[in-house]
Design a binder for this molecule. Structure first.
Ligand code: NI
Length: 133
């Protein structure tokens, strides 16, 4: 895909936020950060519907990081009706892999996934969905 250059005007504060986002996600530059934000928003919009879908939420995190487990647990209880199962794998001394099987309205699963992946300290997170009918 060819790349097009364009200039963006942003408030100083917003630019600071962007730089923080780029740093937190280990992106190499602002372009990569912006690309990620745009793609994420477009995908989210696509999944903001009431269709019943099934899928999985995959998360990788360091369980030593403060509050991750309790926050994740709290969120999962709020969405107990769409979580079919959860699996937790201890990948190493500090790293955990958690996989949730989910089924429900696409927008509910997107919301759940955003909340979980948004927990500070989650290293990687991804939601995969397929039509369930
Ligand atoms: Ni673990």
């Amino acid at each position: 895909m060819s790349v097009v250059r364009f200039s963006v005007s942003l408030e100083k504060e917003l630019l600071k936020e962007l730089d923080r986002y780029v740093k937190e996600n280990n992106f190499t530059n602002r372009s990569q950060g912006l690309r990620h934000i745009i793609e994420r928003n477009i995908v989210e919009k696509k999944w903001q519907c009431n269709n019943i879908v099934a899928g999985a939420i995959v998360m990788v995190y360091d369980h030593h990081k403060k509050d991750i487990l309790s926050k994740s647990n709290e969120i999962q209880h709020d969405y107990h009706d769409v979580i079919l199962s959860s699996q937790h794998f201890h990948l190493s001394h500090e790293t955990c892999l958690e996989i949730l099987a989910v089924k429900g309205k696409a927008k509910t699963l997107t919301e759940l996934s955003d909340k979980l992946i948004g927990i500070k300290g989650i290293k990687h997170g991804k939601l995969v969905m397929s039509k369930a009918d």
